[in-house]
Structures are given as structure tokens and as C-alpha cells.
Design a protein. Sequence first.
Length: 425
Amino acid sequence: MKTSIFWFRRDLRLEDNTALHAAITQKKNVLPIFIFDESILDELPDNDPRVNFIYKTLKGINQNLQANGSSVLILKGKIGEVWKDLIDKYAIESVFINKDYEPYAIERDYKIAKLLAENGIELIAFKDQVIHEESEVMKADGTPYTVFTPYKNKWLELYNPQKIKPPITFTNFHKEQYPFPSMEFLGFIESKITVRDFVLNNADTYAETRNYPFMDSTSYLSPHLRFGTIGIRQVIAKLKASDQTFLSELIWREFFMQILLHFPNVVTQNFRSKYDGIQWLNDANDFEKWCNGETGYPLVDAGMRQLNNTGYMHNRVRMVVAGFLCKHLLIDWRWGEAYFAKKLLDYELSSNNGNWQWAAGTGCDAAPYFRIFNPMEQLRKFDKSEAYVKKWIPELGSSKYPVQMIDHKFARNRALETYKAGILS
DNA sequence: TGAAATGTTGGGGCG
DNA sequence: ACGCCCCAACATTTC
């Protein structure tokens, strides 16, 4: 009997999963698979919490499938070789995927599509991860938006509420119970850092409370959107008409996704090349203090320690630490971006890159270079009671806490001069 | 979703 | 009562 494959990637859910739903409604013998990609795993520590999360999520999906007589086939290896084996082993009719828009994924999927085509197998790709794809929200002249507000207006104009798919039935799944491999077998170990559940019922007060990190009122949705443990349509369906600020953040996500696709050189280059002349100091010791949360600025240090301990950082604080690295320490935004990429549970290339370039002032629709956060002023405004900073810096106020590594006024003036001198005319 | 520097205004203390 | 000065509070400009 012919087999069709549904390939899980960053859509780790059975509900409202476009490609999975299409597969089981169109095909008879659908085998769901997941591939642990060696070329990605090799770059990560063996206790990477994101790999842990993927593993745990797949285990849950597998239990659900097993209870209904099927299972998810877990594989590991180099993607091309794994697919060659699959083609050998199964009489594959079709392969269903949801599109993944990151540069690595696009290249990977292009190669697999070619391999499948050579073997007479169709690869069917669906839009699932976003409401609007990169070329669906364009300016009247056919060019992409590079400013958020008009992009958002167009996005909203084009938006139509989309129906959530009905719960899946299990009749058309491949009826075979593959063993679920252990972590050890796959070559990684348990992480202490775990992904929190998301909370969407705060969306109505999000606009007022989101700036105060001690309130802990944000949704923790981001890692779930990253790995697809909830889908974007499900999220938007839960929002009320008044939750515009929250919706706006979801639109930022798609804004930066389309920026990355239309301007792929932002991965390594300033979006605005006029800032290419900035002379970054890139002092390795300064960078280490920033990474470890030992700058002597409580809000910066609390944020970095929250990141190091939980894989997460409150959004307001992300802006402050990013601004501090680029403007106060004059360290290249790419260094900060790489550190966040390593640590963040919700790491996503497009958002991480877009927001770092925003903070550095080099991005599209970015903060102007002379807009410099005063970390003590931000502390006074957004954590006056110091509840947040004390949570992450137990030694705050004692002699063990480091003195400020740099004077704010000095750093501010130095940043203004360095940026001004670096701007190419 | 910036903050500092500079400018303007007006209430109140005081002679 | 009046004018002068001080300065907090607010507004505008600047980076």
C-alpha cells in the first residue's frame, strides 16, 4: 500500500495544522514523521532546552497517536540521507509539509523537493505559520513595506478571520506503532530550563501592563509560536476586538519575516548601509560582563540573568539590554544577536535580527541612533519597587554587586559621537 | 517603544 | 497692592 508522509517541523501540534489536515483528508495511509537534523543538533549543547521541548512535545503527540493505533516516526541524521532511506523503505505517494520561511529551511526544502521529484514523489507545501506570506502584503507599486505602520494597516485590510480546522480523525493514519526513542538514543540530555505554558487571557490588559516586568503579565506565547505548539490562527481566534496592542505584536512577527525574505542580506548586514561606518569597540571583556549580567546596571543585569536562567527575557528589558550593548558598550549588534540566538527559547531569526537592528538603529523603521535608553531611568519608570531586579539579583544593594562598568553620561556622549562619525553621507 | 538640554510660564515669597 | 525674583512644572528642541 502506498504511504503518504506528513513531515513535522515547526508545527508541532495535531490541532489546526494545515498540512496535516490536508494529508489525512486527502490520503489513506498517512505516516507522520519528525527528523532530528544532525547539522542543527551538532551546533547545540547536548542539553539545549529547545531540543528538550521539541522532544517532550513529540512525545505527547506520539502518545495521542498511539492511543489511536498509530504513532509518529522519529528519525535522526542528515536530512538528505534520512529522506533517501525513507524513499527506499516506503512506497511514498505524497509528502505534506507546512512552509518554513527561514533561509536554512528554504534551502533544505528545496533540496528535498528535488530529491522527491527525482523519485516521482510530489511535495505539497502549505501556508500555515503566518496569516499573510511575504508577498501577500505589498505596497501599491509592488515593492515590499519597510515601515511597520503602513505594513500593519495593509495587513489588517487584507485580514479575514480564518476557520480553525475541525479536530482530526485518526482513521487515515498509518497503523504502525513505532517505538519512541529515548533522549540518550537521540544523543542529548535533559535540560533544567523548560518552556512555560502560554497565557492568553491577559491580552486585554496587555497594553497597560506589558511594560512592567515585575507584573509578569506577558503571554509566554513566543516559544509556542516558534515551534507551532499553537497555531497563529488559533491565537488570533482567542483575541478580542480590543486586544489591538497584542495583535500588533503578532503583526510585527510577520513584518520581520517578510523583511528577512525580501532583504536576506540583513542576516549579516545593516539594513541601512549608511550605518556601515560605525566603529564598534567590540571589547570582549565588556561583552562578557553584559552576557553574565554584571554590568552594575540592575535592569540590564536582571534581564541577562533572567535570560541565562530561564531562556526568556521580558520584552521591555530586551530593549534595554540591547540598547545598552549597542550604545553604551558600542558592541556590534551581531554579537548580541548571536548570544540571544543561543539562549532564547523563542529564538527566531527574523524577529531576533529585526529587533536587534531596531535597537542598534541600523534596521528598517528602527529607533533613531540618538534615542538612547538611560538604564537607571528605565528602572525608575518600569520597576520602581525593584521587585523585578531584586528577583534576579539577590546581592543587589550589597558590596557583592558590581559597580557600574561605565558612566551613563559618558557612554551616551560617546555613542552619539561614534554614531555621528560613522554615518556615511 | 528616550532622555537631556533648553525655553516658557505662573504661583508665591518677599521687600 | 505691586513688582521683582525664584523655581517648580510643563513645553519644546535637540541629539
